[in-house]
Design a protein around this ligand. Structure first.
Ligand code: ZN
Length: 375
């Protein structure tokens, strides 16, 4: 989702990026202001050009408001020793990308509260500017609109469900009371999912009542986004907790089948791949792991050349891509499993000797059992 982004600038070591989806929102917001607020009421006397310029300005100031909100989160995070890599503005708002997870509820609370606090300040500032420029019809509409939109953002954002700021605040409170981050995240993400359902329901209902198709699609998209984000944040915490508990040594298979470098591919296929039904084998030299050979790699070679081709010709020697160290927590395995290339991972001891393998399926099973026990 965050791939196609454009880097705008960097401030205090934090890069600010816009995702292409944000440009669609910029156009949509500009368009709806130009055809709505700025073409009726107080501002009804605008020319077309004026109304479009004002609308674009409103949209850009809204962009600035969201950016300031995200910067407030980030500044507090950085002050508490949590480095922020970048802020990305996208379709549904902004996200500040942290390099590490928050470790205490107090930091989470401070960091989260900073965003809505900034939004409150902005509401006040735009409201005061509206009063100050009350004799300029154009600017009053601009500032009042911005105060109102920031007000709506504030209320929406304070709903106590993940991934909204209200949900993070609720999670921090439950977390600090119970000391249980998993339970706190579960509650906040359930409320978040409930809220997402309500939004989608309202969207559909509104479609049947007022035939508002665009509004309905919009609500469904926001709902789906919130639901997915709520689900993901719970699963992330769950996995993190589970990973700390599972040791590689608990899921290791020590009756490991390995191949030597001098084995030819025909023998490899007949005596190893066909016989054991694995998709990859560790390759060893004097019991020390030197690489891995996969069925995919073998299949890339014409089978007429199998008898004269040796394992040493196609062994993958980038040990870091697939090797796990025994007696470590399984955290690294999650990363390897997610890269998706191998179905089993060689495990080595401190001297690089092969002591076993972990099958992807065994790992996933252990995570599943552990996670459902914790649920
Ligand atoms: Zn926020």
């Amino acid at each position: 989702m965050f791939k196609r982004s454009l880097r705008l600038f960097e401030l205090w070591g934090i890069a600010v990026e816009i995702h292409i989806s944000w440009i669609i929102v910029l156009l949509l917001v500009t368009w709806s202001f130009a055809t709505g607020v700025y073409s009726s009421g107080d501002a009804g006397t605008f020319s077309d050009a004026q109304s479009w310029i004002m609308s674009l300005l409103t949209a850009l100031l809204l962009f600035l408001s969201i950016l300031l909100h995200e910067f407030s989160h980030s500044v507090v995070a950085v002050r508490n020793g949590l480095p922020i890599e970048k802020i990305t503005l996208f379709m549904f708002g902004g996200v500040a990308q942290m390099r590490r997870e928050v470790e205490t509820p107090v930091v989470e609370l401070k960091m989260t509260a900073a965003g809505p606090a900034m939004t409150l300040v902005l509401i006040g500032v735009f409201y005061l500017l509206g009063l100050l420029f009350s004799s300029f019809g154009t600017l009053v509409v601009l500032f009042n609109s911005l105060a109102i939109i920031n007000g709506i953002i504030f209320i929406f954002n304070m709903v106590p469900g993940f991934p909204l700021d209200g949900g993070r605040i609720l999670r921090a409170i439950i977390w600090s009371r119970t000391g249980n981050i998993l339970k706190a995240t579960r509650i906040a993400s359930r409320i978040g999912k409930g809220f997402a359902f309500v939004l989608m329901g309202i969207g559909i209902l509104n479609f049947f009542i007022s035939r508002d198709f665009v509004g309905c699609i919009w609500m469904l998209m926001i709902g789906a986004f919130l639901m997915q984000a709520a689900d993901r944040s719970y699963k992330n915490i769950l996995y993190r907790e589970v990973m700390e508990k599972i040791q590689v040594s608990e899921i290791i298979k020590s009756d490991v089948v390995a191949v030597g470098l001098s084995v030819d591919l025909l023998t490899l296929v007949e005596d190893f791949f066909k016989r054991y039904n694995y998709l990859s084998f560790p390759v060893v030299k004097d019991e020390v792991l030197v690489g891995i050979v996969t069925l995919d790699d073998v299949n890339k070679i014409d089978n007429g050349r199998w008898p004269e081709t040796k394992v040493s010709d196609l062994v993958n020697r980038n040990l870091a891509d697939f090797t796990v160290r025994g007696f470590n927590p399984a955290g690294r395995l999650l990363h390897l499993v997610n890269t998706g290339k191998y179905d089993s991972f060689p495990v080595v001891d401190n001297y690089g000797s092969l002591i076993g393998v972990v099958a992807r399926s065994d790992f996933e099973e252990a995570v599943r059992v552990m996670a459902s026990a914790k649920n």
